[in-house]
Design a protein around this ligand. Structure first.
Ligand code: UD1
Length: 426
């Protein structure tokens, strides 16, 4: 199992480039199921979740060519024949986003068999809202030996009000609705940029969608979608992680090839912490503004502070003067990084959904364990300012969602290296 060895103390200086968003790429790859034509996606990040999705689509009969070596990280997907519309447990168990194939599979083939998902261990993470929505659209869904089996002749448009805002749930039903008979009206939808990105691809494929990026989405079903070419948005969570890396190390970092509009909540929070931020059209420069100041966060759906940045922000809060509270509203078990940060010397207590971080504490190097994707990033950030050499175990969690993370950080002065199997050979 790969490990990272990180020696703290260097301010990060220079320019670091952001890759395409994993959380946009995953639904966009699933959207290719909706047509027999070729879908070409650019700016696909080279991360393990994408490789898992490639395996998933290929196992169903799709042709997928991941073109990392070529310009734009271009990927070609052709689902001319879906001979086996099954998302097998062996593949799904490592990635919860596999449930994203449920909607497009049933919409295209009238049948889908999808193993109940695994993925990050950050709470129960049910998919009941995906199921309820598809049932409202006319699918019959039964649970069979760890698999959901969905059947229908053709999905019918429906009026669905999500009980709770769900990102992949919105995406799953949006894809299903594109090929349903008649109109679908979805309310209380996720407004995340990844939903908008998916809607842009679906529209390019011939779907009739209004309101993506707002809480209400209307879809007029069509009988067929066609191929399209689409460029995936920059990864706002990777960009945010680098902004915190610049801030925590007291560096001067230009985070390039990002979409600053998607980073509003984080940027204003960093400014409250005393960090200097210059926003350009496709880059954000972060500089030390002297001592970091404590500030509270509460995670919310977009455009609020993202849950996917909570762990990284907590690393920063350990280095801020004063007390910060970090309230996690989206997932019930997303404080697994806390114990590891405490082992590095942080002063953090948890009460229910709120962690109280008392700064500023010097962090010490230690052997720490990554527990999920964003927790891993948080520990790397802490290690960048720790005294000595931190060893992070189980970085396979990080490899699920960050492209060439250690190489990018090394390029701006971090002392970080990988030990163990080379990524991609496991
Ligand atoms: C997506 C992101 C993930 C991010 C999360 C919240 C992808 C691939 N993953 O995950 O990185 O942390 O959004 O921004 O895009 N819920 C239900 N029933 C459901 C679905 C969700 O109760 O059927 C609950 C969840 O348990 C959670 C909340 O709704 O408490 C939000 O989850 P959701 O938005 O669905 O997260 P994901 O789409 O899985």
């Amino acid at each position: 199992m790969d490990k990272f060895v990180v020696r703290g103390g260097n301010p990060l200086l220079g320019t670091i480039k952001v890759s395409g968003a994993k959380n946009s790429a995953l639904p966009c790859m699933a959207a290719a199921i909706l047509t027999e034509d070729e879908v070409i996606l650019e700016n696909i990040p080279q991360v393990r979740d994408i490789e898992t999705e490639r395996k998933l689509l290929t196992s169903m009969g799709a042709e997928v060519e991941l073109g990392y070596g070529r310009a734009q990280h271009r990927t070609h997907i052709k689902c001319a024949i879906l001979s086996d519309p099954v998302a097998k447990y062996e593949i799904v168990k490592t990635m919860r986003a596999s449930s994203l194939v449920l909607g497009p599979l049933i919409a295209r083939t009238g049948i889908a068999r999808v193993a109940m998902p695994g993925g990050c261990a950050i709470g129960g993470r049910p998919i009941d809202l995906h199921i309820k929505g598809l049932e409202a659209m006319g699918a019959t869904i039964v649970y069979d030996h760890g698999y959901l089996e969905a059947r229908t002749d053709r999905l019918k448009g429906a009026h669905i009000v999500f009980d709770k805002i769900t990102v992949t749930g919105t995406e799953d039903l949006l894809m299903a609705a594109t090929l349903a008979e008649g109109e679908s009206l979805f309310e209380n939808c996720a407004r995340e940029p990844e939903v908008t990105d998916l809607a842009a691809l679906l529209t390019a494929m011939g779907a009739k969608i209004e309101g993506a990026g707002t809480g209400t989405i209307r879809v007029q079903g069509v009988s067929k979608l066609h191929g399209a070419r689409h460029r995936i948005n920059p990864d706002r969570i990777e960009a945010g992680t680098f902004l915190i890396a610049g801030a925590i190390t007291g560096g001067d970092l230009n985070v390039d090839c990002c979409e600053p509009k998607h980073l509003g909540a984080l940027i204003s929070k960093l400014e409250q912490c005393g960090v200097k931020i210059d926003v350009g059209t496709d880059h954000v420069r972060v500089r030390s503004g002297g001592e970091l100041k404590a500030s509270d966060i509460t995670t919310e759906e977009y455009p609020g502070f993202p849950t996917d940045m909570q762990a990284q922000y907590m690393a920063l809060a350990t280095q801020a003067e004063g007390t910060s509270t970090v309230t996690e509203n989206i997932f019930e078990n997303r404080f697994m990084h806390v114990q590891e940060l405490i082992r590095m010397g942080a002063n953090i207590t948890i009460s229910g959904r709120t962690a109280t971080v008392r700064g500023k504490t010097p962090l010490q190097s230690a052997a720490v364990m990554c527990s999920d994707l964003r927790a891993s990033a948080s520990l790397v950030l802490a290690a960048l300012v720790a005294d000595g050499e931190t060893i992070l175990d189980r970085v396979y969690h990080l490899d699920r969602g960050y492209e060439h993370f250690e190489e990018k950080l090394r390029g701006v002065g971090a002392q970080i290296r990988r030990m163990g199997d080379v990524f991609g050979k496991k």
